[in-house]
Design a protein around this ligand. Structure first.
Ligand code: AMP
Length: 216
């Protein structure tokens, strides 16, 4: 199965994806992670997009669609992808449909995580990530035992776009460009809603029920 995990920035898409990956043996395709990798490696593409990503606006569809095709075309990931942070507008959703059809695939389910703006602000501005093992913490909801240190002893870092101003801009971009995408998938009867403000384990347990039905 291929899954889309959908929701505003800070909804917990990455956290939930990491659980789904383990249980259902899938691969997480986060366009945000792919873009940050390019920026950190200072590739030509990375240098071109870094100011866009750090402003909270969307990178061009052309760039994103190319990154996606590289993955979808790879047999290793066939029918085993979780799309996280993609599609982010209607053009990307239409592109994804075409691209999956080209490689004899489709979307099986869209999980929508619903979270209010107040919670989003705290989730984003409090978020800390371990750059070595990928564990995430939050200074409000899930602080590390030792300040700014991961349980494995590595330093925690904050994403450069995780500050209040850019968080609000990212949320506005989400409302304007990304939220309409849900109607696209509602028409296809693929959307299942989950309250993204519940505990991580409760959210995952609901997602697990939906996915287990599909896996049969
Ligand atoms: P994320 O990690 O999903 O929160 O994405 C971080 C930033 O990367 C976004 O604010 C955008 O600037 C950019 N980005 C990620 N995914 C996409 C996408 N599908 N289309 C356009 N820009 C994206």
């Amino acid at each position: 199965m291929n899954i889309i995990i959908f929701g505003p920035p800070g909804a917990g898409k990455g956290t939930q994806s990491s659980y789904i990956v383990k249980k259902f043996n899938l691969f997480q395709l986060s366009t945000g992670d792919l873009l940050r990798e390019e920026i950190n490696k200072k590739t030509d593409l990375g240098n071109k997009i870094s100011s866009i990503v750090n402003s909270g606006a969307l990178v061009s569809d052309e760039i994103i669609n190319k990154l996606i095709e590289n993955v979808v075309a790879n047999d290793k990931y066939k029918n085993r992808l979780i799309f996280d942070g993609y599609p982010r507008n209607i053009t990307q959703a239409e592109n994804l449909t075409k691209l999956l059809a080209k490689y004899n695939q489709k979307i099986s389910i869209v999980i929508r995580l619903k979270v209010s703006l107040d919670i989003i602000k705290k989730r984003i501005t409090g978020r800390m990530v371990c750059s070595v093992c990928g564990n995430t913490y939050n200074e409000f909801f899930n602080p590390p035992k030792v300040d700014a240190i991961c349980c494995k002893g590595n330093n925690l870092t904050k994403r450069t776009d995780d500050n209040v101003e850019v968080a609000v801009k990212r949320y506005e971009t989400y409302e304007k460009s990304t939220e309409p995408v849900i109607n696209f998938y509602e028409k296809l009867k693929l959307v299942k809603e989950v309250n993204g403000e519940d505990k991580i384990e409760s959210i995952y347990s609901k997602i697990d029920q939906f996915l287990s039905v599909i896996e049969g």
